[in-house]
Each structure stands twice: as structure tokens, then as C-alpha cells.
Design a protein around this ligand. Structure first.
Ligand SMILES: Cc1cc2nc3c(=O)[nH]c(=O)nc-3n(C[C@H](O)[C@H](O)[C@H](O)COP(=O)(O)OP(=O)(O)OC[C@H]3O[C@@H](n4cnc5c(N)ncnc54)[C@H](O)[C@@H]3O)c2cc1C
Length: 433
């Protein structure tokens, strides 16, 4: 038997719940199917999300969403084996509305967001996995599920099934699988008393900290993070798949070493291990995105490679939410116009072009590969950490050495070439200008 809805949304992550919420509010019937027993039960992320995109759809989210802390301090560190250089930004403005980032548990946040979609009129169907697409000619007209007689017919399917999307692949929207477009994130959640976290991170009340690192990952290209929840700290590493294979190191061993780094250990040692998880991240950016639309179907969030992982940024949830909203609006519009073909769904790309989503990806198109390159991860990191360490070392056995000579010595030690620095500098400046 085939049950029918106007729209079936596959996956109740942030992209799926907002696609369902937006479409249901526009008055169409929506099924939101989720393979986990409840939304968020299977979802992994680091812990910081930027939720301002919710202002337009759930304006009172700051009072109602299950938030742990407001991120009031953000530190970006370059790590070598034994040293680090950090840029630490602390903003009083971030502790007041409109807040910037927040920390939240996905099990709580995703469930809350899916409930908002249900309140808007969507039908949530948990413990149900989409195992394929239904077609009428070349047009997608629903999904097959793992339930007996569980096909769900729909005029539009919105694939929000996360990284390595089964549905986008089945629809032929990706050409093949290129491992260099993905990283592996592994993460632990470690429990502490709130007072202990406040003391270690220099915060109080609901203030929270987001620390991102470049390197510190045992020679495998990648980075790490430390985020504060109310009574736990999330610590993790993000590792290039190719680097991981070449290094023949287990990801959990790299995380163990990361936790012993002198800049990280004082923040995370002790405490009780509450959770360990691992998940792929689509880091390829614009170059690795699939076709976003086919007849009767759109792809959103991580399923469409929308995570912005440009080294110092790891923003997936906000991009997923924005693409979900755009897909939900487009689907409802196309259904009311009676054209769900690729052309009829063309408003999806137009919306993404007109928002921050595709412009941000264009701006940072070349940054993820640059930041994962051997030059940045190994040579530049050592050059920067050695130069800063030498600059601030006081010997008083001879006059201070000038910065240019310090840099020259570090440059020769690590084989840093000025022409690479200039070229890579331009790439960075183009991204951030
Ligand atoms: C270690 C790590 C750290 C990260 N840190 C951050 C961070 O701090 N901040 C940030 O913004 N982003 C972070 N990200 C990225 C972020 O997690 C993703 O970009 C975001 O979750 C994408 O949302 P989504 O809705 O597209 O997909 P997902 O959140 O992956 O949701 C997909 C949903 O679809 C369901 N599903 C999958 N297949 C099927 C199917 N066949 N049938 C039914 N249901 C299905 C899943 O169970 C899931 O609920 C991190 C990722 C990782 C791995």
C-alpha cells in the first residue's frame, strides 16, 4: 500500500525539520520520516550551533530552544606537537541578545526542532528508514521504506538524509565518491561539575567557550575542538580520510593524543567519559556539491555537501537549517503552481543564491583544501609557533634578535617559501575580504 502526502522529507535533522516546518506552514501535507527512534538520537556534531537563521521562523527560539550555553569566547589555535599560538576573541555582546553561537545537545535540539515541525502540521514518522526512491518515468514520486507495505508517495521528496546521502546517490545527483571530500570527526563528551568548567574556561553563568584548533592531530591533516556545555565538555578531532589511511593510526588514538596536548589537557583532563561518537563530515565545499534538484526531488544540508568547514569555521547546522527552509518554501510553491519538475523546483537554487548559503561557499571555495594542505598543517604551523615562541623568549644574555631574523631562521628550518606564503596569503585574503 502507498500512503500519499504532498511532500515527504527524509531525515529529521536540522535540515529536515525546517523543510517540514516551512512546507507545513504553507499549507501542504508533509511526512517527516526519521530512521532513529526519535530525532537527534543518531546525530553527531561537535556542539556549537549558530541559530540566528531561526529568527525568521521561530522568533522566540532563544527562550524555548534547549540551549546549554551562549558562546561568549571563541579561541582559534594553531597547534604543533608541544606548542600553540591562539587568537582569543571574547565578546560581552555575545552574552546578550541577539546571541551569536550557542552550545546544545543534538538529541535535545533536534527533537525540539522536529516538535516545532509537528506543531506546524507535519507528520513525524520515526523508526523508519527510506531505502530507495519511487519513480514515475524519470520523476521521483516518493520513497520506499523498511516498513512492511511502507512506500510513501509524494509530489516532492526532500532528501535531508545527511552526509553520503543514499537518496541523492540513487537519483544520480553525485558522480562517484571521492574520499578527499570528507573528513572523519571523532568526539568525546566528558562530564564535570559546572563550577569546575567555569573555573577552567574562565566563564560564569550561561557563558560558554568555543575553541577550534588547526593541527594537533598527530601529523594527520585536520584540527580539533573543545566546547563547553553546562556540565560537560565536548572534545574532538576532525581528520582527513586520506591522511588517516596513510598514517595508519586509529582515530581514537589521535583523539587521545590531542587530549594530552599541553594547551588542551588542562581543559579536559579528569572528568567522567559520558559519550564517544564518530561521523563523516562533507568538507569538500562548492566543488563537491551534487546537482541540488531533479524532477520531483531536492537535496539539502549535509546530503548536499552544504557544511562549511573552512578550517576556522565548522558550520553545518546553520547551513542545513537554511537549505531546509529554502527547500520547504520551494516545494510548497511548486506544488501550488502545479510544476514539480526540475524547472518548477528552480526556486530552491535561487533562494540559496539569494541567501548566505551559496555566496559563503563561493567565498571560501578554496580554503578547505588550503587549510588541510601539508604546507599549512605542518610547515606554516611550526613556523608560526616557533616564531612567536622565540619572539617572546627573554634571555637577556645578548640583545634581542629582530623579528625578521627570527622569521628567517624558522622559515629555513621548515622549508617555508615566501612565494608559497604570498600565494596562499592571497587565497586566504580573497576568502576573508
Ligand atoms: C564531529 C562533528 C562535529 C561537528 N561540529 C559541528 C558544530 O560544532 N557546529 C555545526 O554547525 N556543525 C557541526 N558539524 C556538522 C553538522 O553536524 C552537520 O552539518 C549537520 O548535522 C547537518 O544537518 P543535516 O540535517 O543535513 O543532517 P544530519 O544532522 O546528519 O541529519 C540527517 C538525519 O537523517 C536521518 N537519516 C539518514 N538516512 C536516513 C534514511 N535513509 N531514512 C530516514 N532517515 C534517515 C538521520 O538519522 C538524521 O536524523 C559537525 C559534524 C561532525 C561529524
Amino acid at each position: 500500500m502507498t500512503i500519499g502526502f504532498d511532500i515527504v522529507v527524509v531525515g529529521a535533522g536540522p535540515a529536515g525539520s525546517l523543510a517540514a516546518l516551512t512546507a507545513a506552514r504553507a499549507g501542504v501535507t508533509v511526512a517527516l520520516i526519521e530512521r532513529g527512534p526519535y530525532p537527534g538520537s543518531k546525530n553527531v556534531y561537535g556542539g556549537v550551533l549558530y541559530a540566528r537563521i531561526l529568527d525568521s521562523v521561530i522568533p522566540d527560539w532563544p527562550e524555548r530552544a534547549p540551549i546549554q550555553r551562549w558562546v561568549t569566547r571563541r579561541s582559534t589555535m594553531v597547534l604543533t606537537e608541544h606548542g600553540s599560538v591562539a587568537m582569543d576573541v571574547r565578546g560581552d555582546a555575545w552574552s546578550q541578545e541577539p546571541h551569536n553561537g550557542v552550545t546544545a545537545f543534538r538529541s535535545e535540539f533536534d527533537s525540539w526542532l522536529a516538535d516545532e515541525a509537528v506543531d506546524a502540521g507535519a507528520t513525524l514518522i520515526p523508526s523508519t528508514t527510506a531505502i530507495g526512491l519511487l519513480y514515475d518515468g524519470g520523476t521521483v514520486v516518493g520513497v520506499r521504506t523498511d516498513r512492511p507495505e511502507g512506500d510513501i508517495g509524494a509530489r516532492v521528496v526532500i532528501a535531508c538524509d545527511g552526509v553520503n546521502s543514499l537518496l541523492a546517490r540513487e537519483a544520480g545527483l553525485y558522480d562517484g565518491f571521492d574520499a578527499s571530500n570528507f573528513t572523519l570527526g571523532v568526539k568525546e563528551v566528558i562530564g564535570f561539575d559546572k563550577a569546575e568548567i567555569d573555573k577552567r574556561f574562565g566563564v560564569r553563568g550561561r557563558e560558554g567557550v568555543d575553541i577550534e584548533t588547526l593541527g594537533g592531530t598527530s601529523g594527520v591533516s585536520g584540527g580539533g575542538f573543545v566546547y563547553t556545555n553546562l556540565e560537560s565538555v565536548a572534545v574532538g578531532v576532525v581528520l582527513s580520510l586520506a591522511g588517516l589511511r596513510a598514517a595508519a593510526l586509529r582515530p581514537e588514538e589521535i583523539l587521545r593524543r590531542f587530549k594530552t596536548h599541553p594547551s588542551i589537557a588542562p581543559l579536559v583532563e579528569g572528568g567522567e567519559l559520558l559519550e564517544y561518537s564518530a561521523h563523516l563530515i562533507p568538507e569538500g565545499g562548492l566543488d563537491a556539491m551534487p546537482e541540488l534538484v531533479t524532477d520531483g526531488m531536492m537535496v539539502t544540508g549535509d546530503a548536499a555537501g552544504m557544511c562549511l568547514a573552512a578550517g576556522v569555521f565548522l558550520e553545518g547546522v546553520n547551513f542545513a537549517m537554511a537549505t531546509g527552509i529554502a527547500a520547504g518554501e520551494t516545494a510548497a510553491e511548486a506544488i501550488s503552481a502545479g510544476d514539480v519538475s526540475r524547472t518548477g523546483l528552480g526556486g530552491y537554487r535561487r533562494r540559496l543564491d539569494g541567501s548566505f548559503v551559496l555566496p559563503d561557499h563561493r567565498r571560501f571555495q578554496r580554503i578547505p583544501r588550503l587549510l588541510l594542505s601539508e604546507r599549512v598543517q605542518e610547515r606554516y604551523s611550526r613556523f608560526v609557533v616557533d616564531t612567536a615562541t622565540e619572539l617572546f623568549t627573554v634571555r637577556n644574555t645578548a640583545p634581542k634578535v629582530g623579528l625578521w631574523r627570527i622569521m628567517g631562521a624558522a622559515r629555513r628550518r621548515y622549508g617555508v617559501r615566501w612565494r608559497d606564503v604570498i600565494r596562499d596569503g592571497f587565497t586566504l585574503i580573497r576568502g576573508f575580504k
